[in-house]
Write a protein that binds this ligand. Structure first.
Ligand code: ZN
Length: 203
């Protein structure tokens, strides 16, 4: 699948999501497999003469890598997953948690240890043993997986795709968060696949 086909799919995905104006552009990258950066606007775009709801931003794709290891159906899932991050405005949430953590740690990082200890407190006591920022990360991934499958209608390709992303070892972490400069899993790929099956009522 080439860049133009991917762009067409992204346009199609947003129209399926009921987006009237899509200014999301597919850009090639070599630094990651796929990523998204963008926002959804429900109202204010009308002042610019664009029809709301509208989305704007970028979906970054490693075209060579994707075509080498993934089927077209799996690439469709990956694109739908990245578009869902934009559709659900996940970046705004992520930005909020990053800002909060940076602010709490202080201008000179003087509260670094205190904040990390509080985060560790959530590991011991919190929901799913995660601090709110990691919980948020995990929920965002689950939500994007679910929306993506609702678009593609192809649960099997999404599961084979997620397995490949974890190098066929589903016990490996899907995403991580940082605690005292260590990367801690937010969820394993196995948990992510199970959450997706459950959300699609396919247990
Ligand atoms: Zn994601």
């Amino acid at each position: 699948m080439d860049l133009i086909q991917m762009q067409n799919l992204v346009n199609h995905i947003f129209s399926r999501l009921g987006i009237k104006t899509s200014l999301v552009f597919v850009k090639p990258t070599n630094s990651t497999i796929a990523a998204a950066a963008g926002i959804k606007l429900n109202e204010v775009v009308s002042i610019f003469g664009l029809s709301p709801p509208a989305v704007g931003g970028f979906v970054y794709v490693n075209i060579k890598f994707l075509n080498k290891f993934f089927t077209d159906s799996e690439i469709y899932f990956i694109l739908a997953h990245e578009c869902s991050h934009i559709f659900h405005n996940h970046l705004v949430n992520k930005f909020f948690w990053n800002m909060l953590e940076t602010t709490l740690k202080g201008e000179k990082n003087e509260n670094y240890e205190l904040v990390e200890i509080i985060k560790f407190g959530f590991v011991l006591l919190g929901k799913n043993h995660l601090p709110p920022n990691a919980e948020n990360l995990r929920e965002q991934e689950y939500e994007s997986d679910k929306t993506a499958v609702q678009i593609t209608g192809d649960l099997n390709s999404s599961i084979s795709c997620l397995s490949k992303l974890s190098n066929n070892d589903q016990n490996l972490p899907s995403h991580t968060w940082e605690l005292f400069n260590n990367q801690v899993p937010a969820m394993s790929m196995k948990q992510r696949i199970e959450a997706l099956r459950t959300s699609m009522n396919f247990v």
